[in-house]
Design a protein around this ligand. Structure first.
Ligand code: NAP
Length: 506
């Protein structure tokens, strides 16, 4: 893929040549001291922006100044309603720039515009929700068991490190920044190197909304430099990480040595299960959406399909026809359902999995090629791909591909289904399609996953906790109590009588 100028049909084409980004080091906007690089639009290889990455020195400085701001800016000690008011302004700032942010996010990772608008809305909703969580959070009086009054209160932690992947930048970053700030902390964000745009825009909006200087830093750069130091630095008190399981495991080791709190939102290989009484129209649409929206670059993608053997043939015919009819193309278009993959390297990785699956005996029912025409040969496009004929234990049925590749497997009965669905190192999400609520209940309770969708898929609510089991992660994000993940709990005992304790009396 060659690097070119943006197509004139791109709404941001006129702005692109001016895009030279500063990074945000504890409220100071300045050129990073790391290597210079370009953020590339995966739909056509044009440059969206150029910037200098944050260096290790920038990272250390941001952390030290964030620690200072945490101690002195008054944010940590502000009344909850005062912090909430600022966070509401952040939400409004995001909404005011909705279209611009959505267009930039489209350029950041090539997602279709309809999807990036939804991600921007979700980021605004997250700040709004965490403002409410902050303002309504209650400490507790615990039952009295002696001549003392006992309470449980919560304190902010200090400097939080937030490390995010490239697949849904603004939403992932808001999910970490909003609760971290709502709880009174400073936050240092390390977005994926290849998608730096959204976190920087969020930092500007926080600045304008009145978050004190120093409380927010955004350090685009390499995981091995910025991310590594952020995790290891003694002043960082918690890491909230979203990304791959290999990286997450490495972070967990460092966190264990530091005795640091950590949240890990990791990979998945989620089963989506079609029972023999499913509403087929809904199930076909849901399975297609579950795997192919976001080009399959989604931790919760329903990438393992289990269909009851009685309706397997009919279901697969409809599914394959649907996959072939998906509109794969220009992310600018409102009609596009699937954009390009994020990069040339990532597409090569997806292709490698497909090659391996076919070598292992898989049969290609759809896709398996790079779509061309209408300019798609300039981008990192890959067709929606469906493979059958493999067993659940084979490698492409077990490894996360993070692309538009679905493996389909028949099942015999509920026991067989659950045995196959739960046979995975991952346990992030699952989908069930059935008209029988009792079977849905049984399977939903028996399947091992952090989130189960029943007759729907890939729906989200900031009010509902999210996270994975096993290799899919540790801890939960979102939900009214998600803010507590960013606070330390403290117990207070208030002596209530004038009698000295027994020792003193002796
Ligand atoms: P990744 O390679 O693990 O990277 C995630 C982030 O970690 C990036 O910012 C990366 O920096 C950084 N990083 C890399 N090495 C690091 C290190 N040694 N120390 C600290 N940070 C480091 O994952 P990815 O390929 O970007 O994202 C895809 C993965 O994310 C998939 O496995 C997907 O399932 C998972 N994901 C999970 C969820 C969830 O909620 N469970 C949501 C979305 C994605 P660079 O920019 O240098 O790579």
């Amino acid at each position: 893929m060659s690097t070119t100028t943006a197509s004139p049909s791109d709404p941001l084409a006129a702005e692109l040549p001016r895009r030279d980004l500063d990074i945000c080091v504890a409220g100071q906007w300045r050129r990073g001291r790391g290597d210079r690089y370009a953020s590339i639009y995966p739909a056509d290889g044009s440059i969206s922006a150029e910037l200098n990455a944050a260096s290790a020195d920038d990272t250390a400085e941001a952390i030290e100044r964030a620690h200072q701001a945490f101690r002195t800016s008054g944010w940590a000690s502000a009344k909850p309603h005062e912090r909430a008011r600022v966070l509401h302004r952040v939400a409004e700032g995001i909404r005011a720039r909705r279209e611009v942010l959505a267009q930039w996010q489209r350029r950041d990772n090539g997602k279709p515009i309809a999807e990036t608008r939804a991600l921007v809305d979700s980021a605004a909703g997250t700040f709004q929700f965490m403002a409410a969580a902050c303002e309504t959070l209650e400490d507790q009086l615990t039952p009295q068991r002696g001549a003392h009054l006992t309470m449980s209160v919560h304190e902010p932690m200090g400097v939080i490190g937030a490390i995010t992947p490239w697949n849904s930048p603004i939403a992932s970053e808001a999910q970490k920044m909003a609760p971290a700030l709502a709880a009174g902390n400073a936050v240092v964000v390390k977005p994926a190197e290849i998608t730096p745009l959204m976190a920087l825009e969020l930092a500007r909006i926080c600045d304008e909304a009145g978050v004190p200087k120093g409380m927010v830093s955004v350090l685009p750069g390499k995981g091995s430099v910025v991310g590594d130091l952020l995790v290891k630095h003694p002043l960082v008190k918690r890491i909230s990480f979203t990304g791959g399981t290999t990286t997450g495991r490495r972070i967990a080791h460092v966190a264990a040595d530091k005795m640091m709190s950590v949240a890990l939102e990791l990979g998945g290989k989620s089963p989506t299960m079609v029972l023999d009484d499913a509403d087929l129209d809904h199930a076909v649409a849901g399975v297609l959406y579950g795997i192919f929206s976001s080009s399959g670059e989604s931790c919760i993608a329903g990438s393992r399909l289990f269909v009851h053997k009685r309706l397997y043939a009919e279901f697969m015919d409809r599914l394959v026809a649907g996959a072939k009819a998906l509109r794969v193309g220009d992310p600018v278009s409102e009609r596009t359902q699937m954009g390009p993959l994020v990069s040339v390297a990532h597409r090569a990785s997806v292709e490698g999995y497909v090659t391996r699956g076919l070598a292992d005996g898989g049969r290609l029912l759809a896709g398996g090629f790079r779509p061309e025409g209408e300019g798609r040969e300039r981008g990192c496009y890959y067709a929606p791909t469906v493979i059958e004929g493999l067993a659940n234990h084979q490698s492409i049925c077990q490894e996360e591909i993070f692309g538009p590749v679905l493996v389909a497997l028949p099942f015999d009965d509920e026991d067989d289904l659950l045995a196959q669905a739960n046979h995975s190192v991952y346990a992030l999400a699952a989908g069930i399609w059935t008209r029988d609520y009792k079977r849905a209940w049984r399977i939903a309770r028996a399947v091992q996953a952090g989130t189960v969708w029943i007759n729907t898929y890939k729906q989200f609510s900031i009010a509902t906790p999210f996270g994975g089991w096993r290799d899919s992660g540790l801890g939960r994000e979102k939900g009214r109590l998600g803010i507590l993940e960013y606070m330390e709990q403290k117990s207070l005992y208030w002596g209530l009588n004038d009698t000295p304790l027994p020792w003193a009396a002796a």
